[in-house]
Design a binder for this molecule. Structure first.
Ligand code: GLP
Length: 265
């Protein structure tokens, strides 16, 4: 099997792997390395986690390392990117449930250190809840690493395309959002029908994501090729949220498989 190749697309570091399994393993390697460095240095590692189909293999890999005894989440604190609103944590479609299924139930992470935005807060309290989420991340010293996927419309977390200026967009805090039509169309896969898709969500803000000390963008499969190319080579614009990662390019790594990289040239 051919080895990975590293590209420099303008200021961005892009590593292309033969397949999604290899790209996911590289993401897990980097997360394990962050834990190994942050815990002795600061007593804990603060991980920003993502949902969606893409990171499932990363969580399988991290869970296997914990089972094998080469990694521990004992000193880890986690913050997830987003959650549908409103939704119950027991709902199998909630991101809390996804995290329980894919990671939290398989590793030694203390339940009170695994933060997922709460899809059950009353609507009148949602803004306070979102602001509190940002305060907790900051009180923990900020994210050591943020794992990201990319929506077909370029969203990161549920920060959807916007007409704001890049500077205004980069300052957005954690908040309630309306989902974009492409996001809702893609969510039919999980929800079963367009009518069943929950049209709103709570999302970590762009500000918090860009403030992470390191960022891993993982994108795999041919459907992501056009948006990955746009994000890396098109204009830096809030209409394609992931393009903002180029404003902090020195701390971002793009981990792609060959199909996702196919249009980079
Ligand atoms: C979802 C999530 C994002 C995720 C993206 C891509 O809606 N809110 O955090 O990165 O869309 O998902 P997938 O990996 O399933 O393509």
């Amino acid at each position: 099997m051919p080895a990975e190749r590293t590209l420099h697309v303008a200021d961005s570091t892009v590593i292309v792997f033969p397949d999604a399994a290899a790209a996911s393993r590289a993401a897990a390697d980097r997360i394990a390395r962050v834990v190994a460095e942050a815990v002795p240095a600061r007593g804990k590692a603060i991980l920003g986690l993502a949902t969606g189909a893409t990171p499932e293999r990363v969580y399988d890999d991290l869970a296997a390392r914990v089972k094998a005894g080469s990694l521990s989440f004992r000193d880890v604190v986690s913050y997830n990117l987003d959650e549908y609103y409103p939704i119950q944590p027991l709902d199998p479609l909630s991101y809390r449930y996804y995290m329980h299924r894919n990671l939290f139930s398989r590793v030694d992470l203390a339940p009170n250190r695994a933060h997922v935005l709460d899809g059950t807060v009353p609507e009148s309290a949602a803004a306070d809840h979102a602001a509190e989420f940002d305060r907790w991340i900051e009180a923990d010293g900020g994210l050591d690493v943020q794992l990201l996927g990319i929506g077909r419309n370029g969203h990161i977390g549920f920060n959807e395309p916007s007409e704001l200026s890049p500077a205004e967009f980069a300052a957005l805090p954690t908040r309630m959002v309306d989902l974009h039509p492409i996001t809702k169309a893609d969510a039919v896969r999980e929800f079963g029908s367009a009518e069943a898709v929950i049209p709103r969500a709570l999302t970590m803000g762009v500000r918090q994501i860009l403030a992470a000390r390191s960022i891993i963008m993982l994108a795999t499969g041919p459907k992501k090729a056009p948006v990955v190319t746009q994000a890396l080579k098109g204009p830096i614009t809030a209409s394609l949220p992931a393009s903002l990662l180029r404003t902090v390019a020195d701390k971002v790594v793009w981990l792609l498989d060959e199909p996702a990289a196919a249009e980079l040239g």
